[in-house]
Design a protein around this ligand. Structure first.
Ligand code: NAD
Length: 262
């Protein structure tokens, strides 16, 4: 059994990670850290039998409990500190927190010498496969458009996943046909111009969660690659997989692709 500690255990993602770790027979939740929820019983957070495990305020509980892997879904400043602690204590880190800069990643590469670290912007395995499939398909099509669809509380557009998809498709092929539109009856009717001129359309709709469709077209045929996240649980198979495989990937790994072997 791999012994896992969770940073941000009181948060939306962290508490869902605690549940997923408790539900997996190959993982054991041994520590939960969240300075803003310290003292809470894990049973209150997860609804699972937690054998009296309580949320602690700092990382020392991970060392005391002999955690081998730490999962971090917190805030960027907290994650920077937590990862320094993990690197210093030889604990593997699985990180989903957003906001790492290139300089941060260079620092993590230098710091993780005795244990390993995975930073992944998207733990939904289906979304990772969607991007990989779009990249594989790109050289075989001349036209493509990306439609990303999210809930009506999302404040940024387009999504980071849509931009990253366009970047990866552009890296795989820069032979995209020019846009034939001469007359824009309504401004922005053709969406936003993403990397390489790939059009990105952002839909915001109450009731949706996180969805993306990549459309590719060539002579007499089209291909649609679609991924739908229905709730936060969509990230859990990726987090659980990372907890199990991180020990086999020395140093810093960026993105879930390497752990999926794709
Ligand atoms: P949230 O605000 O619900 O939870 C964050 C928790 O971290 C809070 O409970 C807070 O008290 C705690 N925290 C703050 N500083 C801490 C520290 N130093 N140590 C331990 N805990 C600390 O946020 P959320 O919705 O759970 O999202 C967390 C992060 O995960 C965000 O950066 C979000 O963008 C990212 N995220 C990533 C993915 C992915 O697939 N990579 C998916 C969803 C969310």
């Amino acid at each position: 059994m791999t012994r896992v500690g969770v940073f941000g255990a009181g948060g939306r993602m962290g508490s869902t990670v605690c549940q997923a770790v408790m539900d997996d027979p190959a993982l054991e939740l041994v520590a939960a850290v969240d300075p803003h929820h310290a003292g809470l019983d894990l049973r209150q957070l997860t609804g699972r039998d937690s054998a009296g495990l309580q949320v602690s305020s700092g990382p020392d509980s991970l060392a005391d409990a002999g955690a081998e892997v730490a999962v971090d879904f917190t805030v960027i400043d907290g994650a920077r500190e937590n990862l320094r602690w993990c690197a210093g204590h030889g604990v593997h880190a699985v990180v989903g927190t957003s906001g790492f800069t290139d300089a941060d990643l260079a620092g993590l590469r230098a710091a993780f010498t005795t244990s390993n670290c995975l930073v992944a912007a998207n733990f939904a395995i289906g979304a990772v496969l969607m991007m990989r499939m779009a990249e594989l398909a790109a050289p075989w099509f001349e036209t493509t458009e990306i439609i990303e669809l999210h809930h009506d509380a999302k404040v940024d557009a387009p999504s980071g996943t849509a931009l990253r998809t366009a970047e990866r498709m552009l890296a795989a092929s820069d032979e995209w046909a020019p846009d034939p539109t001469e007359k824009h009856v309504l401004p922005s009717a053709r969406g936003a111009l993403g990397p390489g001129g790939i059009r990105v359309h952002s839909v915001r709709l109450r009731g949706l969660v996180a969805h993306q469709e990549v459309l590719l077209g060539t002579t007499g045929q089209s291909l649609s690659i679609r991924h739908d996240s229905y709730d936060r649980s969509s990230f859990m198979p990726g987090v659980v997989l990372a907890c199990k495989r991180i020990a086999e990937h020395p140093g810093l790994t960026i993105g879930l692709d390497a752990l999926l072997g794709i």
